[in-house]
Design a protein around this ligand. Sequence first.
Ligand code: NAP
Length: 309
Amino acid sequence: MEEKRSFDMIVVGGGPGGCTAALYAARAGLSVLVLEKLSAGGQMALTEAIDNYPGYDEGIDGFTLAEKMQRQAERFGAKTEYAEVLSLDLAANPKRLSTDAGDFFARTVVIAAGAQPRELGLAHEAELTGKGVAYCAACDGMRYKGKTVVVVGGGSSAAADALLLSRVAGKVILVHRRGKLRAEKIYNEPLMRAGNIEFRWNSVVAGLLHGAKLTGVRLRDVATGAETDIDCDGLFISVGRKPSTRLERGQLELDSGGYIAADETTKTSLPGVYAVGDVRAKPLRQVVTAVADGAVAVHMAEEFLAGGA
Ligand code: NAP
């Protein structure tokens, strides 16, 4: 039997926003395909413990929640294809999505491609990634059992990473370019209580010290410019994310940060194309806001398919 290539809706990305769009679309009787590069869950699947998604009173790990969301959508007929989208023609009718598994066509498209870790942009950062430089404490933290690691950043991700690493590593040095964290207050007390977390305020990582692997970092005081070298085995870069919108550039309106311009209707600058989750311009990027977007996008797509705007 020939594989189905045309759908009422194609969802690009299988994170919480994408899975929810697929669930709502399937339950609305639309044929829906999720294109996912690796495995379901997006950034969520890399999160060790999710304690702020309602309904899981004991918390849940992101990978398990991702599997549950995917299975729930598939229970109602949503399909998943593990393929990387290489190019898009979102203005065409039907819209065309070219992937490493061939071309797919859809009447509506939901972009749920999420965001990826932001780099510091230091010399040798790319070649040392996996050799001491890391972007995901939940994924790579276990390699640093009993060792010294530096975490860079001052947001909730950096705070959560420092805490997670404090349970594994011997010593954690949190480096932040300001005099206080912007992380949610809930992290303050556990960070202070951990006992093996040191803080280097008003400092940036100015350079990487290395042989074949990372051996340390050069810190620069942002006020005085003074530099100090410290030894460490790992550097976890946790300075926010950048949206995965390379393929949409030139086709959809983006904001100054590269996020897809779409308000809470999730409607983009092109009819029949919706942006959900971390890829959309929005004030709060959380699992709970991503899933809400997924439901709204399908509501809007149904109106569009029925002949509305
Ligand atoms: P974020 O809130 O944007 O924080 C990024 C941090 O990195 C900021 O402190 C920023 O410094 C710093 N930074 C950015 N570029 C830098 C550079 N080049 N060099 C040094 N420092 C740099 O990002 P996030 O922590 O990944 O959080 C993203 C979203 O997820 C937020 O909405 C957050 O609340 C949410 N989140 C929530 C939880 C939770 O437990 N509920 C956990 C993780 C994430 P400045 O402070 O100077 O800007």
